[in-house]
Structures are given as structure tokens and as C-alpha cells.
Design a protein around this ligand. Structure first.
Ligand SMILES: Cc1ncc(COP(=O)(O)O)c(C=O)c1O
Length: 354
């Protein structure tokens, strides 16, 4: 497979940038001027192009609509203090997209070409990157099956696309969670480790029922060991128990979050004890009873940190300490937000300037 292909660029006639109110950005509703598209046919990615953001037409038998070969990534670009656009961990995202592609029997997109594609797109639309700390240009690379056929088999053609959306700072208020015991998100051997669309469609009913009961999100649990904590909503989960940070070990059912990986590294760099291991709900209840449960938060690209205020487990309500008394979650969020605007030193080369 070729790893490079010239990118054809067709610019918009008139940018929509002037119409955007950067001080009031709803998440995921405003899209920048251009998008990147490449099509896979005859075993090759072809016709790489950056074109004006717009609609696709679709064949009614397009395989993605029937059997769900659909994967995506979520990543962010920001600007340095001197205005240079920067991408956070583009290679990690390329590798995870390809891991998802392998699990879903889809075509892999060459890593170098992925990095070039996001770089060129972000450079072209750099005026769309909101400069304030906590704001970013959210990038959505995704791929879907395009064969016009209704037999169940892997598609032989795919479309890979990247569009971008400016997003404001995410002032997430601390969330109320419920331990989900009726529905499961993923099992080892399933597709939970892939960022495939079906995982998200399958989670909606659980979240809806939790919302109806007054909770914001669910805490997903394992199947083989029903005590085993997996993830919170669409984020990886962290606890601080008696000064030690713990997060569930990835076992094939948990998405390998890039924020999760960065948090573990930052904690190690700072000499804060951190471990990846099996975490059970009984352990969390016991830690709370003993007064040792200091923090619980979700970790992900969108919000970076989402603090948990309360966790309902059967008839037990666990109340976490107030966010003002927490140290680890707020420190990690400051660190990532600071990296994104260049005020914290990037010692691991996570940022790529474009
Ligand atoms: C199910 C799930 N878990 C965890 C995460 C966090 O991953 P990341 O830190 O790479 O955004 C995400 C978001 O991508 C997700 O969808």
C-alpha cells in the first residue's frame, strides 16, 4: 500500500468564520470551512483531497448503514502562545484508528498520511482554532464502509474523512453516577476496545434510563466479574484512594484512552503513586466507608477531567468530597490544558506543531 498521496486542495469561495461567535460555542454543532476525504478502492487509498465542508451522497445499500463498519477518533488541535497550531498526539490517534479498523475488518489508513492529513487540514483552517485555554479545535477523523451490497461480509471500499469543529472550554459540573447492572457496554473479546459506532449506539438506552432516574451518567461494569469497574460513560475512570491513584487495567473491553495514558505518565513523572489494576465496586464502597475515597473522575479528550460528585450503587449513595478539596483531578486538567496552550513544558513530545 502506498503511504503518501498528493493532497488536492479545493478552498471555499467564502469562509464562514466571520459568522462564528467564539465566546459562545455549542459543542459539536459548528463546523469549520474544510474537510479531508480519501476513498479506498482496489486495495488503495486514493483521491486524497481537502474540500469545502459539505454533504455526502449515499447509496441506500451502502454497507455501513446495514452492518455498522464505522469507526472514529476524537482529538484536538490548539494554538501555542505564539499562535502556532499544535496537534495533541496525532500518531496515537492514527494507531488507535487502525487498531479499531483491524477489529472491524476495515482498511487501515497509513499513519504518516493520517498525520499529514490532520496537519494540512488544521493549518488551512487554523483561524478556526479558538485561542482561549480550555478551548480547542475538535477533530473528528472517521471511516465507514461504502460497498453497495447487502450481503454480510467486510466491505471492499471505504471512505476516510476528517472534519473539525471549534469547541469552547468545557465547564463540566460534577456528575451524579449510577452503577449500571442491567446493561453492559462491552465484554473482553467484544468491540469495546475499538472506537466503533455501534458501541455508542448500544450505550444510549442505559444512559437514557439513568437520566430518567436523575443521574447524569452510568458506571459500566464487567460481565465475567460483575464487581469489576470498566469506564464512566464515554470516559476512562480514575479513583484516588488514600493518596494512590488507581484506574482499571484495560482488558479488551475498555477503550485505551489517550488521556488515560497521559495521566498515568504525568502522575509517574510527579512521583504520585498510580496503578492500573482490577478495581471493584466493593473496594470503592469500602474505601468510602473508611473515609479513604478522595476523588473519582472521568478522563477523556472532550472534557479532560469530569469530576464525580455522587455514585449510587444499589441502595448505597457514595458522596465524594467537594471538588475544591481535590488535588489530583484538577492538577491533571490544568496540566493538559496548559500543554495545549504551551504554558506547560511538553517533555514527552506529545504535541506536534503544524
Ligand atoms: C468509550 C470511551 N472511553 C474512553 C474515552 C477517552 O479516550 P481519549 O482519552 O482517547 O479521548 C473515550 C473517548 O474517546 C471513549 O469513547
Amino acid at each position: 500500500m502506498t503511504t503518501t498521496s498528493p493532497i488536492r486542495v479545493e478552498r471555499v469561495q467564502q469562509s464562514r468564520l466571520e459568522d462564528v461567535d467564539f465566546s459562545n460555542l455549542p459543542f459539536g454543532k459548528i463546523f469549520s470551512d474544510h474537510m479531508y476525504v480519501s476513498d479506498y478502492r482496489d486495495g488503495e487509498w486514493t483521491d486524497d483531497r481537502i474540500i469545502p465542508f459539505g454533504h455526502f451522497t449515499m447509496h441506500p445499500a451502502s454497507m455501513v448503514l446495514h452492518y455498522g463498519q464505522s469507526i472514529f477518533e476524537g482529538m484536538k488541535a490548539s494554538v501555542d502562545q505564539d499562535g502556532t497550531p499544535m496537534l495533541m498526539q496525532p500518531r496515537e490517534h492514527a494507531q488507535r484508528l487502525n487498531a479499531s479498523a483491524r477489529r472491524m475488518m476495515m482498511a487501515e489508513f497509513p499513519e504518516d498520511r493520517f498525520v499529514e492529513a490532520v496537519s494540512r487540514l488544521v493549518k488551512l483552517d487554523q483561524g478556526w482554532i479558538p485561542p482561549q485555554e480550555g478551548s480547542a479545535l475538535y477533530l473528528r477523523p472517521y471511516m465507514y464502509a461504502t460497498d453497495e451490497f447487502i450481503g454480510v461480509r467486510p466491505s471492499e471500499t471505504y471512505r476516510f474523512c476528517i472534519f473539525t469543529a471549534p469547541v469552547g472550554p468545557y465547564y463540566a459540573k460534577p456528575v451524579r453516577l449510577v452503577v449500571e447492572e442491567k446493561y453492559v457496554r462491552a465484554v473482553p473479546g467484544g468491540t469495546g476496545e475499538a472506537k466503533s459506532g455501534g458501541n455508542y449506539g448500544g450505550s444510549l438506552l442505559a444512559v437514557h434510563e439513568a437520566n430518567q432516574r436523575g443521574f447524569d451518567q452510568v458506571l459500566w461494569m464487567g460481565v465475567e466479574n460483575k464487581q469489576q469497574i470498566q469506564e464512566v460513560g464515554t470516559m476512562n475512570v480514575f479513583f484516588v484512594i488514600d493518596g494512590e491513584v488507581v484506574t482499571p487495567i484495560t482488558d479488551g473491553a475498555i477503550l485505551k484512552g489517550i488521556t488515560r495514558k497521559m495521566f498515568i505518565q504525568i502522575l509517574k513523572d510527579k512521583g504520585i503513586p498510580v496503578s492500573e489494576r482490577l478495581v471493584t465496586i466493593d473496594e470503592i464502597v469500602a474505601a468510602s466507608d473508611a473515609g479513604n475515597l478522595q476523588e473519582m473522575f472521568g478522563a477523556g479528550t472532550a472534557a479532560v477531567v469530569s469530576h464525580v460528585a455522587e455514585l449510587q450503587y444499589r441502595d448505597r449513595l457514595i458522596t465524594l468530597p467537594p471538588v475544591e478539596d481535590r488535588k489530583i483531578g484538577p492538577m491533571l486538567k490544568r496540566h493538559i490544558d496548559g500543554l495545549r496552550v504551551g504554558s506547560v513544558e511538553d517533555t514527552h513530545g506529545w504535541l506536534v506543531r503544524v
